[in-house]
Design a protein around this ligand. Structure first.
Ligand code: 13P
Length: 247
């Protein structure tokens, strides 16, 4: 089974030429065993698709919950689809904490993506450090899933990728241990079975994000049996990212 390896470049690199260099370094060295998706800053996408559209699948890091109109600075799911990207990350913890996005907005984005495009949404959920220490992880991800999936029918669930990204593991170098990742995976499956029913149990794609690197990728993929990973920092280092992609 192919694993899904998503690169979230976040607001990096500063110049398009540096992004081209990274893609050139990856080209030909990613062996195609897994599905690799690059999510660069959207402003680079047009050029990247023109130059590397044959080599990589591309996605974006966010979208708005309307298709068009007077929403200065926003980009819509249809625009993303029309340019040739295939994936869209929504609800990333940086969007939630820095840009104050809430579950209700994320739910609107998810509905619009699923109802009006063929894009694959990557829905990020995860607890922060205080919530983890207060042993509230299960409640937090249950609340996020319930709210973000409100009114999303069961039949659409297999089109969604759920990314478990504990906030305390993002960009910190402190990754979740095998037992924590397996625990979160089991919790997500149980919560979704409670929201929908048992029939969805084997139809959910769950990936992990948070300080994934070339050393821990084997543990995440083979130890925890995750369907893939969402990689931040290490996805900007070609040598490391190639090792991650070829797991
Ligand atoms: P890091 O891999 O840098 O921890 O970032 C994870 C992340 O936020 C991916 O979306």
């Amino acid at each position: 089974m192919k694993k899904l390896i998503i690169a979230n470049w976040k607001c990096n690199p500063e110049k398009i030429i540096e992004g081209m260099k990274i893609l050139n370094s990856l080209k030909g060295l990613v062996d195609g065993k897994n599905k690799v998706v690059i999510c660069p800053p959207s402003v680079f996408l047009g050029q990247f698709l023109a130059d590397f559209g044959q080599d990589f699948t591309f996605g974006v890091q966010n979208c708005y919950f309307e298709q068009k109109g007077a929403y200065t600075g926003e980009i819509s799911p249809k625009m993303i689809q029309s340019i040739g990207a295939k994936y869209v990350i929504i609800g990333h913890s940086e969007r939630r904490s820095i840009f104050k996005e809430n579950d209700d907005e994320i739910n609107k984005k998810l509905s619009l993506i699923l109802n009006e495009t063929n894009l694959i949404p990557v829905l990020c959920i995860g607890e922060n450090r205080e919530e983890r220490e207060a042993e509230k992880t299960y409640q937090v991800i249950a609340r996020q899933l319930m709210n973000c999936l409100d009114n999303i029918p069961k039949e659409k669930l297999n089109k969604i990728v759920i990314a478990y990204e504990p906030v305390w593991a993002i960009g910190t170098g402190i990754y979740a241990t095998e037992d924590k990742i397996i625990d979160a995976r089991n919790s997500i499956v149980k919560i979704l079975c409670d929201i929908y029913d048992k029939s969805i149990e084997n139809k959910i794609n769950i990936i992990y994000g948070g300080s994934v690197n070339k050393e821990n990728i084997d543990m995440v993929i083979n130890g925890c049996k995750m369907d893939g990973v969402l990689v931040g920092g290490a996805s900007l280092k070609p040598k490391d990212f190639i090792l991650i992609c070829n797991i």
